[in-house]
Design a protein around this ligand. Sequence first.
Ligand code: PTJ
Length: 246
Amino acid sequence: MGDTPKSHPRYLSLKTRDAIVAGVEKGITSLHGLVAHGRGEALDYLLGERTHPFARRAARAAAATLLLAERPVLSVNGNAAALVAADMVRLGKAVDAPLEVNIFHTSKSRERAMRRHLLEHGADQVLMPTRKAELDYLDHNRRFVHPDGIFKADVIFVPLEDGDRCEALRKMGRDVVVVDLNPLSRTARTATVAIVDNVVRALPLLVQEAHELAKATPRRLRQLVARYDNAKVLADAEARLRRGTR
Ligand code: PTJ
C-alpha cells in the first residue's frame, strides 16, 4: 500500500493517508471522507501529532463511561472503518459493546462493504441501520438505526463525525463519547466525553484504558466519571491548538 519509505519524516501521517485512500478504493469510505481527513490532518499538525494530557484524561473517563454503561454501542462511519477497524473490534470486546454501521452519506453498498470489512477484522456481530427505528431531531441518513443497537443504547461511542447526531442523541438523554481533533466542533462541545486526538492514536489508548479499568469497582468508575470535566478538557485542547507549532 503506497510507496512511502519508512525513512520519510512524515511516514506515519502518509501511511494513515494511504489507509483512508484504501478505504475509498475498497468502497468503505466516501469521497467526502477524504476532505474530512484533510481537516483532521491540519488540526493534528497544530497539535504536534501526539496525544496530550487532556486527551489521556478524556480517554480514562471515556473507558469508565463505556464500562459503566448498560447498553453501550460503538458507531462506525466510513472514516473510522478505514482507519481503526481492528481497534474498534478490540474496544467492542473490551467494553462488551456491539458495533453498528451508521453513515451520513447514504450508500447501501458502502454500508455492506463496511460490515464485511469489520467482520474480516474480527467483529462477531455488526448491527446495520434499519427503517424500523429512527432517532429524533435528525432528517438525514444517520437517523436510521438498529432497534436493538443505537436506538436503545444508553452510551454511544462516536469516532469523528459532524455534530448533529451527537447533539440529537444528547437531547434524547443519551451519553455520547466522541473522538474529534476539533475541540471547537459541535460534536466535541455537546459530547459527554470528548477525546481531542487522532482516532489512530485515541483508539489504542482507549482499548488500553478499558483493559486497565476492567477490574475497577463500579464505585471507582463512577468517581472517575464524576470528576471528569469536559469543558476544561476542551479549553485545554483549544489553548494547545491556538499555541500551534510554537
Ligand atoms: O462515512 P460517512 O458518510 O458517515 O461520512 C463520514 C464523514 C467524516 C465524512 C462525515 O461525518 C463528515 O463530513 O464529517 P465532518 O463534518 O467533516 O467532521 C469530521 C470531524 O472529524 C472534523 O471535526 C475533523 O476535524 C475530525 N477528524 C477528521 N479526521 C480525524 C478527525 N478526528 C480525529 N481523528 C481523525 N483522523
